[in-house]
Design a protein around this ligand. Sequence first.
Ligand code: NAP
Ligand code: 12T
Length: 340
Amino acid sequence: MLKRKDSYVVAVVGATGAVGEEMVLILEERDFPVKELRVFASERSLGKKIEFRSNEIPVETLNEDSFKGIDIALFSAGAERSKIWAPVAVRSGCVVIDNSSQWRMEPDVPLVVPEVNAHDLTWHKGIIANPNCSTIQMVVALKPIHDVARIKRIVVTTFQSVSGTGKKAMDELLQQTTDLLNFRDIKCNVYPHQIAFNVLPHIDKFLENGYTKEEMKMVNETKKIMGDPSIRVTATTVRVPVFRCHSESVNIETEKKLTANEVRAILAGAPGIIVFDAPEKNVYPLPVHVAGKDEVYVGRVREDESVENGINMWIVADNLRKGAALNAVQIAEKLIEMAS
Ligand code: NAP
Ligand code: 12T
C-alpha cells in the first residue's frame, strides 16, 4: 500500500519509448507530486537524458537494486520486462502501475480505469495493471450506459493508430509514406504488410480461435473492468495508417431501451467524456482533433434500427494519453488520494 507523503520518488521504466515519453510529460503537466524522477530503459539508451521540469535526468538500466527507495513505478517497457522486473520492484516496497499485457488478467491484479472501477484499487498487492488502449476508451464510454440500462452485448471494430505499437512503427509509417511518394521500394519490418495507404485486419498475434490477441484482450478486459462477466463482447481490431488516436465503431444492445438523446445526455454527464456529435455541421470525433487531448470523444450516436434496444456510436481517444500514459498517472493520483 502507498503511504501518504507530500511527494514521491517516481520511476518510469521504458522512459525513452512512445508511452514512457508521454508519461514523463504528463507527470510534469499535471504537477504530480514528484520528489525525484528516475528513468529507465535498455542499454541502447545509456548516455541519453530525459528532460523533466527543466532538469536533464540520465537514463539508467535495471538491476536488482534499482527500485530501492522508489515509491511508485510506471512500467512501459514490454511484457517481458514487466514479467521479470515488476515483482522485483514490489519486493523493494514499490507500487507498480504496469502498462503491458503481462499481469492484466491475473485474478489478484486489479485492472483499472479510474472513471470506471477506482474501487478495485483497494485490493492491490503491489501491481496494478493498466488496460489495453482500445479497451480503456471503450469502457469509459460504456460504463455510464451500463449503469443506467445494462449492456447485454457489444460489437466493436477498431481503427488503431501505429503509435500503439511503439516508436518503430511510427517510423515505419513515415518512411513507407515518404518512399511511396518518391516512387521508391518500401521495407516492411514492424508489420507483415505495407501500412502506408493500407488497412490491416491484424493487431498482435493470431490465436487458435481465429481472433487476434488484441481482440481477445478487448473481450476479456472489458468484462473484468466492468465487473460483469455476463456482458457478451466480440471485437475486430484493425490497424490504419494514422499516427495517433484509436477510433472505434461500437454497437451495443441494452436491456432497457435508450434513445440516442438519452445516450448523449448520459455521456455528457459522465467523467472523462466529451460528446462531439453534430453531424449536420460535420461535427464528429476525428483522430487529428483528438490527438493530444485527455478525454474520450464520442459522436455519431444513433439508434440501431435492426434490433430492439440497440445503439451505435463512434469513439475516439488518444491512445498514448488516455489509452496508456494518462490512465497510468490517473491511477497513481487515485492511489495517493486513497493513501493513509
Ligand atoms: P516503444 O516505443 O517501443 O518503447 C519501448 C520502451 O521499452 C523503450 O523505452 C525501451 O528502451 C524500453 N525497453 C526495451 N527493452 C528494455 C529492457 N530490456 N530494459 C529496460 N527497458 C527496455 O514501445 P511503447 O509503445 O512505448 O510501449 C511500451 C509498452 O507499453 C509495451 O509493453 C506495450 O505493450 C505497452 N503499451 C500499452 C498500451 C496500452 O494498451 N495501454 C499501449 C501502448 C503500449 P530503449 O529506447 O532503450 O530501447
Ligand atoms: N500490440 O498493451 O500494437 O496489450 O497497438 C497495446 C497496443 C499491444 C497492449 C498495438 C499491442 C498492446 C498494441
